[in-house]
Design a protein around this ligand. Sequence first.
Ligand code: OGA
Ligand code: MN
Length: 287
Amino acid sequence: MNIQITRLSNTLGAEITGVDLNTYDDATFEEINAAYLEHQVLCIRDQNLDPESLVTFSERFGVVEPHDNLKFTLAQQPKILVLSNDVDEDGNQIGVIDAGDAWHTDHSFKTHPANCTILYSLKNPSQGGVTDFTNMYAAYDALSDDMKARIANLRGRHSISKLKNKRVQISGAREDAVEFYKRQEKAIPDVDHPLVRTHPVTGRKSLYCSPRFTVGIVGLDEDEGDALLDELIAHSIKPEFRYSHHWRDSDVVMWDNRCVNHRATGGYEYPDIRHLYRTTVEGGPTG
Ligand code: OGA
Ligand code: MN
C-alpha cells in the first residue's frame, strides 16, 4: 500500500490512507509529520490499534502527558483517556462524556499547553459526534493590519475555571460544578499567553485565544478586553477558516493545538455510543 494524502477542506485538514500505524517506516513517519505541520489536522483512516500502538505512535510526536482526569484513564494504559458516553454493567460512566463543547485549544490554561492531541475512534453514534476545527493561522492572516498592530504585544489570560468565564455555561449534568471549578481554580492558577503565537516549527503566526479558556486581556479593563476578545473570537470561527470532521470508526484524528481551535458538537444520546481513546502530547512555552 502507498500513502495517500488528500485535503479535507480548502482551509485545513488532510486525510491519509494507505498507512498502517502498527508497521510504518521512518520515511512514512516523516511524510505524516510533514502533512501534520502543513495541514494542521490529520485523519488517518482504517486503523486497528491496541492501546500500546496508539501510545507508541503518539510518542513519535513528543512526551505523552499523564491525564489530569484519573477516573477515566484506561486501566492497562494510563496514558490513554477514554472519551465515551457508554456505561458499565453497574450503570457507571466509563469515560469523559462532555469533553470540549466550547471552542478551545487543549490545555491553554497551563503554562505549557499541549502540542498535539490524538483521538482514535472505536465507535461512532448513528448521528452527531462531529468535531469542528478552525485554522488559527488563517484567522490571524485575515486580520486587518490595524488589528494585527493592536494585538501584536497583547497577552490573553487563560483560566480553567468556568466560574470566571462569561462565555461558557456550566453543564447541568455536573451536580458539584461550583465546588469542582473552585478546586480546579486553586490547583491550576490562571496563566497568560501571547494573543499572537509563533509556531516553534513552522515559524508562522496564529491567533491564540478561545471562548472556553481566554477570560481577559492583560492590561485592558474588563469592558475593553471583553470587546476585543468578542471580536477576535467571532472572527476566528468564520466559516472560511473551518472544517467539520464527520467521524468513521477506526479514524485516528490528530491536531496541532498551537495553530488550531476545536470543539465537540454533541448531538447523540445513550444508547447511541460514541467511544474514543485520547492521548495528549506535551508542549513548551508559548512565548
Ligand atoms: C478533546 C476534545 C472533541 C471531541 O478531546 O480535547 O475537545 O469531538 N474532543 O471529542
Ligand atoms: Mn479539546
